[in-house]
Every structure is written in structure tokens, then in C-alpha cells.
Design a protein around this ligand. Structure first.
Ligand code: PEP
Ligand code: MG
Length: 583
């Protein structure tokens, strides 16, 4: 019997594969396939790791535990017994032999199976033994990490994922962890928590793999190695599908691929509307390597480089000026004369620097992290760190056109402090005789207060970029990462649309640049409405760009403007807009 689990759709398409259940704390365990001939060596690695852990535990028992309380010695005995449990060893070997998982992956896959069995035990004492299994797995993983992984690459052999399609199932994945999945073996993923526009979801969208978040019970209901279909158009996960369903979804997968190939042909076509209006389509990127995808999709530049991803997964060791410079320079060089908009670091809220998931954040951090020390507030609170980033960006600007964008500004004093920091950074470079390029300065408009005092921003900056993801969150007081209020996170809310329309109108009246770089820009449901508001610059994930270009090519801005008249004043703008046919 197949089972359906419902969640929130994040990106388009269908993924079909076997489920790999991963605990959020173990996402950075290397996942790759080994070839047939590598299987014996991988089993040897497992054996060697077991020997290392055996020696460790025995030494502990003989040493510290000899005069420690009896419970400790008993615990070490339990760990030794588990280590030598033939069923555990055989199950781990099974993942390597039958599925060709690497040793680390095999250990964590088996850990997930056991953890679940322990969770379901009635007896509290036995249930608590799950912690022992986890500690033992931790030791094994450490022992494996200490070994040479021989000739094996840390990326899957080409073609392996097509033969063994896999989808990732986790309770929660942090944005930092999502980065590990760029170019990984997974062809889709499902999480229990998260909203459609949480940063985890945004990174998933940028990977262009089918994903469903906020599926609540998914990681409990889906078993390790189960076959699943992820229908990311509908936000449904089907577990153990029937052959008929599988055929139907495989057909849909092929259709989607054909459509993608068709759209790809628009790559070199300029985005001009039917009435001759030129529209700029830019890419949102997270890492310099994303520029390839941006260019392949036909992006005219980078409209948002979320630089904070350079700062993640570094255990507190932030990138220094030269390292940052290299990353920005790589983007500027790869984009070869096209404009590159670099946003200064925007950490905090659901984007912690290290591998902390949303649920961990909720429990361990400030009560309202989205309202706390994040983005520009974080930068201004640490002038030394901010100066390092500004110097690196100004240096990269000597190599090509760079726009410098600041997140989450909300008041004049922050604007002044920010501009002063830029002046100081430039001055310090000049004093040292280091080249700094000219930059256009811009502000994200993503807090309602900023939209409401827009003239102050237009006076101080060359351009503004509307961050609809946060603008919706803060206008409606809906946590973008919280699946329990995801139904209220509404881009069609008249207050949101009125703010977006008003920012575009005012910026144009002041002859300042304006673009939208939130998810709304990559959502085809909003393309014509944004054109109706007068928008001519959209920034989105490269994967969304061909679809939006097709929309633009089929639109007539004058007709859109007529259709959009009065829409934001309506209590239900969506029905009004969709009910009216373009004249
Ligand atoms: C936004 O808020 O719309 C935006 C583009 O920034 P981020 O999603 O990184 O917060
Ligand atoms: Mg934002």
C-alpha cells in the first residue's frame, strides 16, 4: 500500500528514488557511491574502523574507567558489545555491498534504521540505549575520518545517481548543510520542517532539484531505502508507490525534461516584451561556482550574490580579506563584464553561520532571531569584520562592474553608518596604495519601515532591490521558516503588493534603479503583475530564468498595466488579477 505525505512545494518537478534518511547532525558525512571493484576495500575500511574503536574502548576501560564508577565500565561494555554485534556489522556491510554506499554513509544509514527501532521501543530503559548507538556511530565515523579514503573521490562517480536514484529525507536541514548537496548524489529531498521561503528552501530551489519541506511526519513515516516519489509541484511525497503510479510519474519527469530543453533554446534571446520593452533578467547565486549555471541560463548579470554562504561551515573562522577577494573576483571574472551585485553578509535568523538547523535555532537562540542581530545589524556591530568584507568587495570592483548591496537597513542612522563604513574602507585601501573600483551602492528594501521611508533610501543610494521574502515576513508578521504558519505567508496580500508597487513607482520617479530579488521575481505567477507595476529588472535562481523569460516574451507591458489598475487597492488582489483577462 502506498502512503502519501503532504508538505509544501519548494521547487518544480518530480524525483523518484530510494530514501536516504539522514539525521540533521550527520548531513556532512560524506555520501558517495563506490564502484564494484572498490567494495572490498570499503569493507576493509569498516573493519579497520571497528578495530580502532575497539582499541579505543578497551583502552578507556582499562584506564580511566578502572577507578571510575561501575556505571561507566558497564557503559563501555555495552558499547563494546554493540560494536561486535554481528547483526550490526552485517547490516552496515549490506549498505556497501548491495547499495554501493561508502563506509561513512553505510554507518550513518544503519544508525538511522536502529535509531528508529529504539524510538519505537516501549521500555524506557531500552529506548534510552539509542544514545549508545549514536555515540558508537560517532566513534566509527571519527575513526573512518582518520583513515585515508584511498582512491575514492568525495563526489559520486559520474552516472551513479542515474543508476541508483536517491532522495534525501531529513527532519531538518540547515542552509549551511544544503550547501553540501550542490552536485551531490541526491535527486530530491524532503524535510519535516521549514516554510516555502525559508533559506533552506531557497538553497534547495537554487539546486533545481524537486523538494518538499514542512512535511511534518515524513522522516518518521518514510523508511530507510523505501522507494519514494517526490511530487514537488503539488508538495506530495508518495511512499512505496504502485507500478502504475511510478509509470505515470516517470512520464511526467520526461515531459518536464522536454519542456526544460525547449525553454533552454531561449537562452540567447533578449528578454523583450511584445511591445518592445527591454527587461533585465539576473541571477541569484550563493557561491562563485553558481555563475556557470547563471551563464548557462542566459543571465545578464548577478542580481544577488548572497555572500553569507562564504561565511558558513567554518566553525567560527571567518574568511579573511584575501579569501573573500578571491571569491568575489572569481564571480566578477566569470561574469565577464556583466554587472555583479554583491550583498554584504546576511547571517542570523534562519541562516546561522554554522550547521544549526531551524529547530535547533528555535530552541537554543534568541526568542525572535528574525528580529535580532542579523544582516547589516550584525555587520555594523562588528566594524572590523565589516571593513574586511567591504575592502575585499571594493578590490574586486577594480576587475569589473560591481554593485554593493546592503541587507535589512531600516533607518537613516544605519544608512549613514553604512555609507561611512564604505568611505572608510575605500580610504584605507587608497592609503595603502591598493586598487579599489567604483561601485554602485544599493539597499535591500525588505523591512516595511524601509519601504515607508523610501525617499531617505533613494536619496542615499544608486539603486534599491526589493527583498520580497523578508518584506512578506515582516509585513505580515509571519515567520518564513515556520511551516505551521506557512498558509499565512501570502505574497498576494494587498499590503505586500501595495508596498512592492509603491517602491517600484517611487524609485522610477527618482530615476533610481530598482529590481526585485526575492522569490517573487522567479515565480511566473507574478511576472505580469510586476511588469504592470513597472518593474524591468528581475533577479532569480538560474533554474527559474528560462520560464520567466518565456513569460516576458509573451507579455505586453501596456496591457499588463491596464489589467493591474487598482489591483493593490482590492481586498483580494489575487482574484481580481486572475479574474481579469489581459485586454
Ligand atoms: C529577500 O528577503 O527577499 C531576499 C532576497 O533575501 P534573503 O532571502 O536572503 O533574506
Ligand atoms: Mg532578506
Amino acid at each position: 500500500m502506498s502512503l502519501q505525505v503532504f508538505g509544501l512545494p519548494v521547487s518544480r518537478g518530480v524525483a523518484i528514488g530510494r530514501a536516504v534518511l539522514v539525521a540533521s547532525s550527520r548531513v556532512d558525512v560524506a555520501h558517495y557511491f563506490v564502484e564494484d571493484w572498490q567494495v572490498p576495500a570499503e569493507i576493509d575500511r569498516l573493519r579497520a574502523a571497528r578495530r580502532v574503536v575497539h582499541d579505543e574502548l578497551s583502552a578507556l576501560k582499562a584506564g580511566e574507567a578502572s577507578d571510575a564508577p561501575a556505571e561507566i565500565a558497564a557503559l563501555l561494555d555495552v558499547h563494546l558489545m554493540l560494536l561486535h554485534d554481528e547483526a550490526l556489522a552485517a547490516a552496515t556491510r549490506h549498505w556497501v555491498e548491495a547499495r554501493h554506499y561508502n563506509a561513512e554513509w553505510a554507518v550513518s544509514a544503519q544508525l538511522e534504521v536502529l535509531a528508529r527501532q529504539f524510538d519505537e521501543m516501549e521500555d524506557e530503559y531500552l529506548r534510552d540505549r539509542k544514545a549508545d548507538i549514536e555515540q558508537l556511530a560517532e566513534r566509527l565515523l571519527r575513526a573512518l575520518a582518520g583513515q585515508e579514503s584511498g582512491v575514492f573521490p568525495l563526489v559520486p562517480p559520474v552516472g551513479a545517481s542515474a543508476d541508483h536514484p536517491l532522495v534525501l529525507v531529513a527532519s531538518d536541514i540547515s542552509p549551511a548543510d544544503m550547501l553540501h548537496f550542490k552536485g551531490s548524489v541526491f535527486s530530491g529531498f524532503v524535510t519535516d520542517v521549514g516554510g516555502r521561503n525559508s533559506h533552506t528552501a531557497i538553497v534547495a530551489r537554487s539546486l533545481d532539484i524537486p523538494a518538499v519541506v514542512g512535511a511534518r511526519e515524513a522522516s518518521r513515516l518514510i523508511g530507510q531505502d523505501d522507494w519514494v516519489i517526490i511530487d514537488a509541484d503539488q508538495g506530495v511525497v508518495i511512499v512505496d508507490p504502485s507500478p502504475i503510479l511510478l509509470d505515470e510519474y516517470r512520464f511526467r519527469q520526461r515531459e518536464a525534461q522536454l519542456e526544460r530543453d525547449r525553454l533552454q533554446k531561449l537562452r540567447f534571446k533578449p528578454a523583450v516584451t511584445l511591445d518592445g520593452e527591454r527587461v533585465e533578467l539576473l541571477a541569484n547565486i550563493e557561491l562563485p561556482g553558481d555563475c556557470e549555471a547563471a551563464l548557462a541560463a542566459g543571465a545578464e548579470g548577478v542580481g544577488l550574490f548572497r555572500s553569507e554562504f562564504l561565511f558558513m561551515n567554518r566553525e567560527g573562522q571567518l574568511p579573511d580579506e584575501d579569501e573573500q577577494y578571491e571569491a568575489y573576483a572569481q564571480v566578477v571574472r566569470t561574469m565577464a563584464g556583466r554587472p555583479v551585485t554583491i550583498r554584504t553578509v546576511d547571517v542570523g535568523a534562519d541562516k546561522p553561520l554554522d550547521r544549526m538547523s531551524v529547530s535547533e535555532l528555535r530552541h537554543e537562540h534568541t526568542l525572535n532571531p528574525a528580529l535580532g542581530l542579523r544582516a547589516i545589524r550584525w555587520s555594523l556591530a562588528d566594524p572590523g569584520m565589516f571593513a574586511v568584507q567591504l575592502r575585499a568587495i571594493l578590490r574586486a570592483a577594480a576587475l569589473g562592474p560591481v554593485n554593493l548591496l546592503f541587507p535589512m537597513l531600516s533607518r537613516s542612522s544605519e544608512i549613514q553608518a553604512t555609507l561611512q563604513a564604505v568611505r572608510r574602507a575605500r580610504q584605507s585601501l587608497e592609503d595603502e596604495g591598493i586598487d579599489a573600483g567604483a561601485v554602485r551602492l544599493g539597499a535591500m528594501i525588505e523591512i516595511p519601515a524601509a519601504a515607508l521611508i523610501l525617499p531617505a533610501f533613494l536619496h542615499a543610494f544608486d539603486f534599491v532591490s526589493i527583498g520580497t521574502n523578508d518584506l512578506i515576513q515582516y509585513t505580515l508578521a509571519i515567520d518564513r521558516a515556520d511551516e505551521s504558519v506557512a498558509h499565512l505567508y501570502d505574497p498576494w496580500h494587498p499590503a505586500v503588493l501595495a508596498l512592492v508597487a509603491s517602491v517600484i513607482r517611487q524609485a522610477q520617479a527618482a530615476s533610481k534603479g530598482v529590481s526585485v530579488c526575492g522569490e517573487m521575481a522567479g515565480d511566473p505567477a507574478f511576472t505580469e503583475l510586476l511588469l504592470a507595476f513597472g518593474l524591468r529588472s528581475f533577479s532569480m535562481h538560474p533554474s527559474q530564468l528560462p520560464t520567466i523569460k518565456q513569460r516576458v516574451l509573451r507579455s505586453d507591458t501596456l496591457r499588463c498595466a491596464l489589467r493591474g489598475e487598482g489591483v493593490t487597492a482590492d481586498a483580494d488582489p489575487r482574484s481580481k488579477w486572475e479574474g481579469r483577462v489581459t485586454p
